[in-house]
Design a protein around this ligand. Structure first.
Ligand SMILES: [Zn+2]
Length: 439
């Protein structure tokens, strides 16, 4: 509540977690907990407030400078809505995907326009409070380490989701830093350069995240068990029947999403459509006409065909739908595996093997007894835990090495870790800046 703040000398830290689609921020109190926010106080600002977090959309099409103005506005809204003054704020911490070096956002794959932005310097000038910034995996590791009260132990931290990020915190609780601070990029270490090597987002091949991330699991499921190109084309064709003029020929080639499938399957199941040809025949006709670039004609011919076989089409629709249901995303694949789907289990076994290789590689370098798997994968961790631990133990360099692998426990680790960054970097910086009268 805002009333808690009034008259307090206590210092708060604001944490901001920049993601590819949303930017989330929170005010963190001295106990490391989210300050309760009064939603109504934010009414006049263009933000969403949910679970004591302030959320805005990530604009990827603006310049780095405008992006920083946006962050500055966000902090201003948070301070105004909560009647906070500069004196109440100990620091602003920011975490973001990509490479952050001494407060500069050197490069970000998902938001390329920000490359080179001076995150901390510009925001300090705009806001007059100390600002710290780190890569998002590193900030999340800081939050996880604090939550676990791990002092005295090191921690090797992985975020496994659409990509794989990493961080290492030493026995004294210090986040590992290097010359350019572009380290623990575990997702881009090589795990496979053989015949089955896969392309990585970074442009190279065989990298850990190209073989073990959740998105790879879904891609592999699609490649092995998903719709064939013909089936996709067929579904999109059926889908585009009603409004082909709007959609146009090009869209026929686009990928297909869940809504399109539902739509297509519904269409297939409608008696009124009364298709007059078999599924196989539809595909053959479709391919032939597509080659001729005659989409309108194609649709008409398909629908005017002969050999009515509704049951076959319905059956086909069901097959296509069933085929799709379990490979929609990581969660559905894990759900299928838990329900005994053999194909899903085989895919997950492959993923576990790749995870074990990547984790073992990183741990051969960092040697930590405490390994944490965070991100989307932590939700499915219980299901793979035993197999993963077994394989990592089989791959370790000596049986003397004790390795404990657990799932991440912290929600909103990005915000919490960002808000705690000042402890990693901060004391001298704040002191020297205060002496200079900067803050
Ligand atoms: Zn890579």
């Amino acid at each position: 509540m805002t009333t808690k703040v009034k008259g307090l000398k206590a210092k708060y830290n604001i944490g901001i977690d920049i993601g590819g689609t949303t930017i989330k921020a929170g005010i963190i109190d001295e106990k490391g907990e989210f300050l309760e926010l009064d939603k109504n106080a934010f009414d006049v600002f263009p933000v969403e407030v949910r679970d004591n977090k302030v959320i805005i959309e990530t604009k990827t099409d603006i310049s780095g400078k405008d992006f920083i103005y946006g962050l500055s506005d966000l902090v201003a809204y948070i301070m105004i809505a909560n009647k906070l003054e500069k004196a109440n704020i100990n620091s602003l911490g920011i975490c973001a995907p990509g490479w952050i070096r001494e407060g500069d956002w050197v490069y970000c794959n998902s938001i390329p326009n920000v490359s080179g932005a001076h995150l901390t310097k510009d925001l300090e000038n705009m806001l007059g409070i100390p600002v710290y910034a780190a890569n998002d995996a590193k900030a999340a590791a800081v939050a996880e380490y604090e939550h676990r009260k791990s002092l005295g132990k090191s921690m090797l931290f992985f975020i496994v989701g659409t990509g794989i990020g990493g961080a290492y915190i030493d026995k004294n609780g210090k986040l590992f830093e290097s010359d350019d601070n572009f380290n623990l990029e575990v997702g881009h270490t090589v795990v496979d350069q053989g015949a089955s090597t896969r392309d990585c987002n970074c442009g190279r091949k065989g990298h850990f995240e190209a073989h073990a991330s959740t998105i790879t699991l879904v891609n592999m499921a699609n490649e092995k068990y998903g719709w064939t190109q013909d089936e996709k084309q067929f579904l999109v064709t059926i889908h585009s029947f009603n409004d082909l003029d709007e959609i146009g020929k090009e869209k026929v080639w686009w990928g297909i999403n869940e809504n399109q499938v539902e739509y297509a399957v519904n269409l297939l199941n409608q008696e009124s459509l009364n298709p007059k040809v078999s599924y196989g025949e539809l595909l053959t006709r479709f391919r032939f006409l597509l080659e001729k670039n005659d989409t309108h004609n194609m649709i008409n011919k398909i629908m005017d065909g002969e050999n009515v076989d509704d049951s076959m089409l319905k059956d086909c629709a069901k097959q296509l739908r069933d085929k799709y249901e379990w490979i929609k995303n990581g969660e559905t694949i894990y759900g299928a595996a838990k329900a005994g789907n053999q194909e899903a289990n085989e895919l997950i076994n492959d993923q576990i093997e790749q995870l074990a290789i990547g984790i073992s590689n990183a741990n051969a370098i960092m040697n930590s007894r405490q390994i944490v798997i965070s991100g989307a994968m932590s939700k499915s961790f219980d299901f793979i835990k035993d197999r993963l631990i077994k394989r990592v133990n089989e791959m370790r360099l000596s049986p003397e090495l004790k390795i404990e692998i657990t799932a991440g426990q912290v929600q909103d680790g990005g915000i919490l870790g960002a808000a705690a960054l000042y402890k990693q970097y901060g004391k001298e910086k704040v002191r020297s800046a205060r002496v200079q009268g900067k803050f």
